[in-house]
Design a protein around this ligand. Sequence first.
Ligand code: SF4
Ligand code: SF4
Length: 408
Amino acid sequence: MVPGNAVKRHPVIEQRIRDLAAFAETFPCNRLEPGGRSLGIITCGVAYQYAREVFPEASILRLGMTWPLPEKMIRKFAKSVKRLIVIEELDPFLEEAVRLMGIAVEGKSIFPITGEFDPRVVRESAIRSGLLPESAHVPLPDLETGPLPGRPPVLCPGCPHRSTFYILNKLKVPVNGDIGCYTLALIPPLSAIHTCGCMGAGIGVAHGAARAGSPEHHVAVIGDSTFFHSGIPALVNVVYNRSPVTTVILDNCITAMTGQQENPGTGRTLLRQETVRVELEPLVRALGIRHVRTVPGYDVDAIEKALKEYVKLDEPAVLIVVEPCALLPDVRKRWMPLEVLADKCNGCTLCFRIGCPAILKNEELDEKTQRPKALIDAGLCTGCEVCAQICPREAITFRPAEMEGGAS
Ligand code: SF4
Ligand code: SF4
């Protein structure tokens, strides 16, 4: 829409909105569910389900189309009830629009403006404001037995990103993260992501920090899919401006976090048709980066060696860490759990520091250190061997049965 046409088209847009407002009055998804006259609720989306559950007797105007609003329908509904409220998550969008029509309505004076709703939030808010009596309180099972223990999200057992973050934590360098499973590396014990904005931001932030004169060598981490999506322009910027930034491309050969979608690096389209596979290393070299290396994701030493070298450089470098996601169907077939040899383990805690959910604390304490020994949950362990490479006492090994029979 070039500017000259934009001016001419503006009245068309305004008329379209008027037409849509007329359409909203008869649109079947804007639905009135009549009930008692004492309370009327305007709601939309998932909040409707909570409203229905918590106020089974109320009249409800459920909006399936929230703009433009069906003003006549709302006025008629408001007149039919004694008290009108809006139940909507976050900002008071409907509430303010209804109030602008000159209709008395309540909403955020009862329900919170932050966080997600659920029936408990809606019910408790209504009780607190006096809209519902105290007797409406419904204790939930978890509240009766005490709060559930906190379970922070973690990288999966066998995640090929774990070794990279273990090393980055060890090197104590600032790491600029991106959006993907690997964002989870920000929490302990890996604690190896220090900034995270949006897809493709990690490389840009590292570059910005370097240009702003940060004395530390900044590292950016980005997944293969995100790199193809929005990392390449930022890396061009790093090269063009000669930023001493090390970019780590965590290539798990899939778009893992959102459900294993293909990407330009997998050689298959989203419909799983064979297609051109864009290779990372030649692509990165073509941008003019001289220091580029590809290493296997489970090779802890190779990752450490490359990163130690790159973070000393005064120019851009790219480390490509490749290993397919442990949850890919073909990879799952190769899972072979490891075990901890209790007579060798002294509870040094090193393997706990990689944050693998398959590594647990044994009830058995080491006689000398009085620390719990490690224990591996065979039901979770994939056999990636990252912990085995880190253990200084060679106390982690494959289970004899697995060695004989192979993966099941
Ligand atoms: S081999 Fe070690 S790090 Fe890998 S999944 Fe098993 S317990 Fe976790
Ligand atoms: S790293 Fe080895 S010795 Fe240390 S706790 Fe783990 S299994 Fe035991």
